[in-house]
Ligand binder design. Structure first.
Ligand code: ZN
Length: 365
C-alpha cells in the first residue's frame, strides 16, 4: 500500500471516531452541575456558595441574554474571569441564545461569528478559550452536532434536567417560587435515590430560586455526598478542562483549522506521548494522518516531529502552515502547553490511533 494511501486511511479512521452528542458523564461517582444562560445578577452569589463548598461546576454562557449590557460592561464581565479563576469550566451557549438560521437552515458563517464572540468574551476575561458547547434549549439535531464538532467543539446535553426553568412539568403548574423549589428538591432526591453511576445536571444561574434555594439544598442536604462534584470536562475525564489556547471558531474565521478538532484534538494526546517517548516520531509515523487531523495542532508540533522530515509528506506541511504557525500565530510554547494538557483517555479513539500507528510501524519495517 502506498504510504499516502495509508495516511488517508488513518485520517478517515480518526475522523469516523468522532463522538456524538454527549448526554452523560463517563467517570464513575461524579456529578457535574451545569448552569446555563448566564452570567446574570445571581451568578456571583452562586459562585460564593460553590466556593464555600469547594464545588466546581460548568457555566454555559451567553454574551447577550439576561444581561444585554454584558458585552460593554467590564464589571459585569468580571464574573466570567472569577468563575474560571475559581476552577469552574466556562463553555459556550451561543452569543444570543440561538443558533442563527436563514429560512430554517443553519447559517454557518453567522454561527461561527456567534461562537467567535463568545470565545473572545471568555478569553478577554479568563485568558483561555472554551471548547465545550451546549445548544440553546438543548435543541440540536445530529447534523448540527456534526457541524459543531467540525468546528472543534464538544456538544454537551444533560441526563438530569431539574426543570428549574420550567413553570409546568408533566402538566403540573409550578407558578410560584416555593412551589418550584419544592418540585426541584423532590426531583433531585428521587434522582439521588436511584444511585446512578454519575449525573450531568441541568440548572440555570439566571433563576433566583436555583441560586438561593436549590444549590444550597444540594449542599446542605448532603444529597450526592458520595459523588464528586466536578466540571463537565472532569466528569468526562478530559484533562484539557474544556479549554484551549486558541479559539475554535475564531481560528476558522481566520482561515485556519480549529485547534481542538474534536476527537483528535482531545483524545490523541496520549498517542503523542507514545510517539514522542518511543522515538517513533523519528520514523515519520507521527506525521501521518494523526498530525493531519489536528493532533499536530495539539502538540505534535511541539514534540519536534516538525524537524524529522515528516514535513516532506506535504500533509504535515499543510497542517503546520495553516493550523499552527501560520494564521493563528500561536507560539510554540502555547502549543506545548496544549499538548501537555491534552491527554484525554477516550479509549476508543486511542485504540484506533494506536492500531493505526502500530500498523504504520509494521509497514515501515
Ligand atoms: Zn439556555
Amino acid at each position: 500500500m502506498h504510504f499516502n494511501t495509508f495516511v488517508a486511511l488513518g485520517l478517515a479512521s480518526v475522523l469516523s471516531a468522532r463522538a456524538a452528542l454527549i448526554q452523560s458523564c463517563t467517570q464513575p461517582n461524579t456529578i457535574a452541575l451545569t448552569f446555563d444562560d448566564g452570567p446574570f445578577q445571581y451568578t456571583n452569589e452562586l459562585l460564593d456558595t460553590l466556593k464555600a463548598a469547594n464545588i466546581h461546576a460548568t457555566f454555559f454562557i451567553n454574551g447577550q441574554n439576561y444581561w444585554p449590557e454584558l458585552k460593554d460592561d467590564k464589571e459585569k464581565q468580571a464574573v466570567i474571569g472569577r468563575a474560571a479563576a475559581e476552577g469552574h469550566q466556562i463553555a459556550s451557549h451561543t452569543w444570543e441564545h440561538l443558533i442563527p438560521e436563514v429560512n430554517g437552515v443553519i447559517d454557518r458563517q453567522a454561527t461561527l461569528e456567534s461562537l467567535g464572540l463568545v470565545e473572545s468574551l471568555v478569553y478577554d476575561n479568563a485568558g483561555k478559550y472554551p471548547t465545550y458547547f451546549r445548544a440553546p434549549k438543548g435543541e440540536i439535531d445530529e447534523a448540527t452536532v456534526n457541524l459543531f464538532e467540525s468546528f472543534g467543539y464538544k456538544v454537551i446535553q444533560w441526563d438530569t434536567d431539574t426543570n428549574d426553568w420550567n413553570n409546568e412539568v408533566n402538566g403540573v403548574k409550578y407558578k410560584n417560587y416555593n412551589a418550584r423549589v419544592k418540585y426541584v428538591k423532590k426531583f433531585l432526591t428521587d434522582e439521588y435515590n436511584q444511585k446512578k453511576p454519575n449525573y450531568l445536571v441541568l440548572m440555570h444561574d439566571v433563576q433566583p430560586h436555583t441560586v438561593q434555594k436549590i444549590v444550597p439544598y444540594i449542599i446542605q442536604s448532603k444529597l450526592f455526598s458520595e459523588y464528586k462534584f466536578v466540571t463537565v470536562a472532569e466528569c468526562l475525564g478530559d484533562p484539557t478542562g474544556g479549554w484551549a489556547q486558541a479559539g475554535n471558531a475564531l481560528s476558522i474565521l481566520g482561515g485556519g483549522n480549529p485547534p481542538t478538532l474534536n476527537t483528535a484534538g482531545n483524545t490523541v494526546a496520549p498517542a503523542d506521548g507514545v510517539v514522542a517517548g518511543t522515538g517513533v516520531a523519528g520514523t515519520g509515523v507521527a506525521g501521518t494522518g494523526v498530525a493531519g487531523n489536528g493532533v499536530a495542532g495539539n502538540g505534535v508540533a511541539g514534540t519536534g516531529v516538525d524537524g524529522t522530515g515528516v514535513a516532506g509528506t506535504g500533509i504535515q506541511n499543510n497542517i503546520q502552515g495553516t493550523n499552527v504557525q501560520g494564521e493563528r500565530s500561536i507560539p510554540g510554547d502555547a502549543m506545548n502547553l496544549q499538548n501537555t494538557s491534552g491527554a484525554m483517555a477516550n479509549t476508543v479513539s486511542f485504540y484506533i490511533i494506536a492500531t493505526f500507528l502500530l500498523s504504520t510501524i509494521y509497514m515501515l519495517l
